[in-house]
Design a protein around this ligand. Sequence first.
Ligand code: SAM
Ligand code: SF4
Length: 342
Amino acid sequence: MDVRLNSVRIDREPTTPMACLVDGFGREINYLRLSVTDRCNLRCFYCMRDEVTFLPKSEILSLEEMERLAASFIRLGVRKLRLTGGEPLVRPGVMGLIERLGAWVGSGELDELTLTSNGTLLAGQAVALYAAGVRRINVSLDTLDEYVFQRITRREGLADVLAGIDAARAAGIAVRVNMVAMSGINDAEFDKVIRWCGDHDCDLALIEVMPLGLAADHYLPLDMVREHLMQRWQLTPVDDHTGGPARYWRVEETGCRLAFITPMSHSFCAECNRVRVTCSGRLVLCLGQRDGVDLRPALRASEADVRLEREILSAIARKPAGHGFASGRPCAEIRPMWQLGG
Ligand code: SAM
Ligand code: SF4
């Protein structure tokens, strides 16, 4: 059988019928987050140390290997693909990969291609992203204050992020702003950011900080934040389930949606539909567990994808029931998001 996914050709009998990525708990896995790089041009203190050792180039999948990997996941039933990092837009050549992956949206093999970006390089790529088929994007923006931005990211760049969001909206790409909520850092800015998102026609997601390293002192349970916000904003629950941890509300005053992402205080694992692959090809089955499998040897062993797909299938069958963040395990066990592919 000759199945062709754009430039990626797969000559073989399918190892399995379509849509068969079902784990041992009966959850259908149809969402892949693929990290295209561990590099980043910011150093958000809750994510990365200022001095970090990045992976050697030889351990990072080539763009062609990433395309093959994505093709295999799609053949096995993945319908939604999110590129992440590190910062995905810093990887040289990434736009070519996005164009090739985007063609699968055009042909119906993929429902959605999207990315999570820090927005600093977005202004220059927004039109090309839209042309490639990207219709939604998540942009991280924790503050509207340049001083606080530099305190969080250890770099300058707020104006670039704001310009990136404007360019994406102008290009026709829907934007969800991701704001990591941190006590003592940006907790005085929630109202301002909600209003800003309303004015710029963006959804907003408040994300519970995972207390890694320097972020440990800034954990803020979002139940409490929502209660406070409800005293000032009219929030109506919206039934938009994505199979992930986000729970959506409509802000009636702005018409935009507000999500609360609460991995620390709530378990969303029963409906989990996703897995991650790091830029070195490690399939990570759960955000909060160490289980995973290194797919790079299978990718590099052969140009055929039979072994690769077998390894994906057997790994998915072992996906853990849940992340166990609330079990009292020390948070040091959770890997930083820049390594995981956030
Ligand atoms: N560089 C891109 C960005 O910042 O959007 C993509 C990668 S980043 C690792 C993906 C997401 O993970 C971002 O929204 C970021 O805010 C979030 N993140 C990183 N570390 C986190 C932490 N300790 N707790 C909660 N969210 C975190
Ligand atoms: Fe870079 Fe994103 Fe991590 Fe910030 S959160 S350091 S932008 S990867």
